[in-house]
Design a protein around this ligand. Structure first.
Ligand SMILES: [Zn+2]
Length: 334
């Protein structure tokens, strides 16, 4: 079976894994994304059995939360609130919900936590569909701490790109998710800088590796893509005197009706964002990082932004040349 494009998240935590080769199933046809039935046939996740449903209204967007059969320790209204919080972070960042309708299939699974979030565009009659597993013993505190639901929804806001540009789909989700949650008042900004300073180097090219379009390891795909987004955001804000950042470009993209339901190439996608910000930052940066390894000088970047780590504590240097850029990245647009 050849399912449409999907974005998945490796079970390994975002912070924990190092450079693991990305399974082919993550990058293309998703034969592994169906579930075997007792009769040996496979059923795609959007046709899995539904034991109950809830509905969330986000402006004009309609979200349907479907529950697979099974028991969950957390009451259903709390699970719906978890999905709603993620949707609110999306609306905060993008100014609108990126698709008119979405369906989230919550699948009970053994254990604790939130895992195996996977998102598809234009399947089962909805523009965006996410299948996400919840451990039966998952606690309310774990749900309140979760990032994965927001990560999956950030995928809704970018067209489906060719396999070689999967890094932008994942990198954007890794980069935007915590910023959207900070802007929505759901997450502490310092924790995001701490994670970025610790994890961004995982996306650097290793000896012998190529550019983002060439080397499809876990590190290059998730953190290499996120590094591209951070560098794009900082460069944009620098060039426009902080009038525009990546957020303004992405808002224009969503405003023009682009979403995961559409298949697009990367260049027109980046050009649309560039046009909105009156720059050529994204297309220029892409040209410099697509084939060549192009490592990023993160130490220099943190210094310029005025952010550092003292043990586990994040410190800010307000006299740094790009301190205003650092603050603007996390400021909710007026
Ligand atoms: Zn993802």
């Amino acid at each position: 079976m050849n399912f449409p494009s999907r974005r998945s998240f490796l079970r390994a935590s975002l912070a924990g894994a190092t450079a693991i080769a990305l399974p082919a199933a993550l990058r293309g046809a998703a034969q592994n994304s169906s579930f075997p039935r007792p009769d040996g046939h496979h059923v795609p996740p959007w046709r899995l059995p539904v034991a109950g449903s809830a509905h969330i209204r986000m402006g004009t967007a309609a979200l349907q939360v479907d529950f697979g059969p099974g028991k969950l320790a957390v009451p259903q209204p709390e699970i719906v609130d978890w999905v709603r919080r993620a949707a609110e972070a999306l609306v905060t960042y993008y100014g609108t919900y990126p698709v008119p309708a979405a369906r989230i299939y919550v699948q009970p699974a053994p254990g604790n936590g939130v895992f195996d979030g996977t998102t598809w565009g234009d399947v089962g009659g909805v523009p965006a569909f996410t299948r996400i597993q919840l451990g039966e013993q998952t606690t309310l505190a774990e749900l309140q701490d979760d990032w994965m639901m927001t990560h999956e929804m950030v995928h809704y806001a970018l067209p489906s790109l060719p396999d070689d540009q999967h890094w932008l789909e994942e990198g954007l989700a890794v980069y935007v998710e915590p910023i959207a949650r900070v802007q929505a008042g759901q997450l502490d900004q310092a924790s995001v800088w701490r994670d970025m300073m610790r994890d961004m180097p995982k996306g650097q090219p290793r000896p012998g590796e190529g550019g983002l379009d060439v080397t499809h390891t876990w590190g290059r795909t998730y953190w290499g893509g996120a590094g591209f987004c951070l560098l794009a955001d900082v460069t944009l804000r620098r060039q426009t005197g902080n009038r525009s950042g990546l957020q303004q470009g992405l808002r224009a993209l969503v405003g023009s009706g682009q979403s995961i339901a559409l298949n697009r190439d990367i260049l027109p996608t980046l050009q649309l964002c560039d046009h909105a910000t009156g720059t050529s930052v994204l297309t220029t940066l892409y040209q410099s990082m697509r084939e060549q390894p192009a490592p990023i000088d993160f130490d220099g970047l943190w210094r310029q932004l005025g952010v550092s780590l003292q043990g586990d504590t994040v410190q800010y240097q307000d006299a740094a040349p790009l301190a205003a850029v650092r603050r603007a990245i996390f400021t909710r647009p007026a």
